[in-house]
Write a protein that binds this ligand. Structure first.
Ligand SMILES: O=C(O)C1=C[C@@H](OP(=O)(O)O)[C@@H](O)[C@H](O)C1
Ligand SMILES: C=C(OP(=O)(O)O)C(=O)O
Length: 447
């Protein structure tokens, strides 16, 4: 397994397929980034070997695998039945042994830069964390402050950001800890995942403006409970994790419902139909919100026998959408093609994602002639005809896929650095081509 470097913007721009007939496609989506990387972390701390079936194989998951290997976990690829690569068998970290200094490359993965430092604190010896240039811009202060609050030395050269060194001393006492997680839910998830391995467990309290992306914290609590960990999240902004073993597990990873978004969006952008098999009936993934978001934008959505089917109508409606978290760039692309104004709220923290997504979306939609505006906590997007041009990605996979969605309906859109989709879905260009091919076989001018 080799690390995938970010491709940067050096490759030639990608001609986004422009589709003149409705798509009619069934798309099998690769596994969830958020679930894969949570299960990898839990497996590294578990009380025995664990198996991840049909996991994600992307840049972010490989960075996590490499980080856990550096900390002493064994991760082996074994044949499985997933469509997108082997299963993973993880042998947990042996925490009784010493370890040498290690380097952890976080790339641009929030899950690696936030979830792994608490594990390094439980290790022995220094761990140096760094990542892509853009990673050094992402908020890390609450992770650094939390570790210090737990008695772990962190040397960040005074920057409150990557790069930094965590001095693992083998054990973390845990106990009550107050953090401000208003910039990212990942600050909470990271500490909860390591909490059962702290000697006294963890009582984590958030103090500050609201925590975003609460679905992702519910996912963390759910995977911990499934592994036998006692977590009390009954009081808002408090999470109490009892110390104890993380039970070894064998789990099949759900498809990434956030990454299903651009494909489902193609149904609206072309007036076609897209079916996603393997859609879980019950899930903690934020992407399940597509079932409620897309009808508000004018789609028909139905679910039967594990297949989500989305059919677009004659046009795209506008909507007010709150707390869309990582779904926002995809939703914004649809809103840019809509016939009515839309407002996205509750996403101020997207300024600290792979790039400042609010600024990036406004710049790129407006560069194509659109009418998008930043608000303190989101975006307003008004209808205005778009034209051909370059849609820049800012090393952000969801910006690249937003450009692809717009390109379906606007002739002559090029996307800079489509390879950046390898962060969570290396198969994107190939799956998108296959999706678009279902339209070219239909009668041109059918829309
Ligand atoms: O825990 C996770 O897996 C994630 C949490 C969210 O982070 P934020 O809370 O920073 O939005 C989400 O946007 C990110 O893509 C994945
Ligand atoms: C915000 C995202 O990623 P990360 O896990 O790097 O925070 C995302 O995938 O939209």
């Amino acid at each position: 397994m080799t690390a995938i470097a970010n491709t940067g913007a050096t490759a030639a721009p990608w001609d986004a397929p422009y589709v003149q007939a409705p798509v009619d496609a069934t798309v099998r989506i690769p596994a969830s980034k958020s679930l894969t990387n949570r299960y990898l972390v839990l497996a590294a701390l578990a009380d025995g070997p664990c198996r991840l079936r049909a996991p994600l194989h992307s840049r972010d998951s490989r960075l996590m695998v490499d980080a856990l290997r550096a900390l002493g976990a064994g991760v082996e690829e074994v044949p499985g039945s997933g469509a997108y690569g082997p299963d993973l068998v993880v042998t947990p970290i042996d925490r009784s042994g010493g370890s040498a200094a290690m380097d952890i490359d976080c790339g641009l993965a929030g899950t690696v830069m936030r979830f792994v430092p608490p594990l390094a604190a439980l290790g022995n010896g220094p761990a140096v964390f760094d990542g892509d240039p853009a990673a050094r811009q992402r908020p890390m202060g609450p992770t650094i402050a939390a570790l210090r609050g737990l008695g772990v030395a962190v040397d960040d050269g005074g920057t409150n950001a990557l790069p930094f060194t965590v001095q693992g001393v083998g054990t973390v006492a845990g106990g009550h800890l107050v953090i401000d997680a208003s910039a990212s839910s990942q600050f909470v998830s990271a500490l909860l995942l390591a909490g059962p391995a702290f000697t006294n467990g963890l009582h984590l309290e958030h103090s500050g403006p609201p925590v975003p992306s609460l679905d992702h914290i519910r996912m963390t609590v759910s995977v911990l409970r499934d592994a036998g960990v006692d977590v009390d999240d009954s009081a808002a902004d408090h999470w109490i994790v009892q110390p104890g073993p993380i039970r070894a597990f064998d789990v099949a990873i759900e498809p990434d419902l956030s990454n299903a978004g651009p494909f489902l969006a193609a149904a609206l952008a072309t007036g076609g139909t897209v079916r996603i098999p393997g859609w879980p009936e019950q899930t903690t993934q934020v992407g399940d919100q597509w079932r409620t978001i897309l009808p508000r934008l004018g789609a028909e959505v139905s679910y039967a026998d594990g297949v989500l089917t989305v059919t677009g109508g004659a046009g795209i409606r506008g909507a007010d959408l709150a707390d869309t978290s990582e779904l926002a760039p995809t939703a914004a692309a649809l809103c840019a093609l809509a016939e009515e104004p839309s407002r996205l709220t509750g996403i101020a923290h997207l300024r600290g994602h792979e790039t400042d997504r609010l600024a990036a979306l406004v710049t790129e939609i407006n560069r194509l002639g659109g009418d998008a505006e930043e608000t303190p906590d989101g975006l307003i997007i008004r209808p205005r005809p778009l034209h051909a041009g370059l849609f820049r990605s800012y090393a952000d996979h969801r910006m690249a896929t937003a450009g692809a969605i717009i390109g379906l309906a606007v002739q002559g859109v090029q996307v800079e650095d489509i390879g950046t989709t390898s962060k969570t879905m290396p198969e994107f260009p190939e799956l998108w081509r296959a999706l678009c091919a279902t339209a070219s076989s239909a009668a041109a001018g059918a829309r």
